[in-house]
Design a protein around this ligand. Structure first.
Ligand SMILES: [Zn+2]
Length: 308
């Protein structure tokens, strides 16, 4: 297996020459690439989300928080930049996206997927399949274009049955935490727009040849992860069952973005153990530097060894 060094593609040159433009943050599209046989996997950036540290680290007991975060080179008081890494798989005629990004309506720092794809020569029309890990805005909302049409016109769409049922259940809006009600409204609108085009699958299903679904609930009720190929010659798509480095050190703690923190913690601990012991190369949606790396075990704790 070969993992290319991370490289940046920017439109810096054009922006710098337009000297009259006000100073705006320059957007870069980070891409990491992994190849195994005829399989090519890119981690394409959809930008990032910013969280106040009090929110992001709320589940870490205050007495431990400073030391734990500093041991990971994280400033406990700084705004957290959570990256958004979309897995793009190309094999033969297939161009498969795992999740569709945030689109323009979630947060201003996200929604760069189409530009990221275009920087590596992939257009929305090229995408043959979109497979969702779960229905949160940073994974689902990018699926519709500005006209509420599917952004990837030729694609087949797939989501786990339990997850699909949760977000399309009219009762979810009343049972979900108040601060996440907009998630429920947004998901329902998008899944309704996709209608019959979205195929559902069960835990353990071979979603596409060589791609197997592994249900990893807790972050959301029907969250799915995916095995692509085998541990020595493939990739494990984590999605959001671990979303930050602190989750490797203390998998027993929930996180503020988990729907069911206790179940999420149970899933996280079991899955990290499995990924470390089986030796998978993984791609985490919110992990640093493109999110590709290995899970290293140290007793009941783990660490993420980035391969960027
Ligand atoms: Zn997410």
């Amino acid at each position: 297996m070969h993992i290319a060094r991370r490289h940046f593609l920017t439109r810096t040159a054009a922006l710098i020459s337009a000297a009259a433009l006000p100073l705006a943050p320059l957007r870069g599209w980070a891409v990491s690439t992994l190849t195994a046989g005829d399989l090519r996997i890119d981690s394409v950036s959809d930008g990032h989300i910013e969280f106040p540290p009090d929110f992001a680290f709320a589940m870490i007991p205050e007495a431990e928080r400073g030391d734990l975060l500093r041991s990971l080179d994280i400033d406990p008081l700084a705004v957290v930049h959570s990256p958004l890494n979309i897995t793009l798989l190309r094999q033969g005629d297939r161009v498969v996206l795992f999740d569709a990004g945030s689109g323009p309506d979630f947060v201003p720092t996200a929604g760069t997927l189409v530009e990221g794809l275009s920087a590596i020569g992939v257009s929305p029309e090229d995408v043959t399949d979109v497979i969702f890990t779960h229905g949160h805005p940073d994974h689902l909302w990018g699926v519709l274009d500005d006209f509420d049409e599917p952004l990837f016109p030729s694609a087949d769409y797939r989501m786990g049955q339990v997850e699909f049922d949760y977000w399309t259940d009219p009762a979810t809006i009343d049972t979900i935490a108040e601060e996440r009600q907009s998630f429920a409204v947004g998901a329902l609108r998008r899944l309704t727009a996709l209608g019959d085009r979205i195929e559902r699958f069960q835990d353990g299903a071979e979603v596409l040849p060589g791609i197997r679904a592994v249900m990893t609930p807790g972050h959301t009720p029907g969250h799915m992860s995916f095995e692509i190929g085998s541990p020595g010659d493939g990739l494990f798509v984590i999605g959001d069952f671990v979303t930050m480095l602190a989750g490797f050190v203390r998998p027993d703690l929930g996180t503020s973005t988990d729907d069911d923190p206790a179940l999420a913690a149970q899933t996280r601990a079991a899955m990290l153990a499995r990924l470390a012991d089986e030796g998978w190369t993984v791609l985490g949606y919110h992990l640093p530097d493109g999110g590709i790396g290995k899970v290293i075990r140290d007793g009941q704790a783990f660490s993420f060894e980035s391969e960027a």
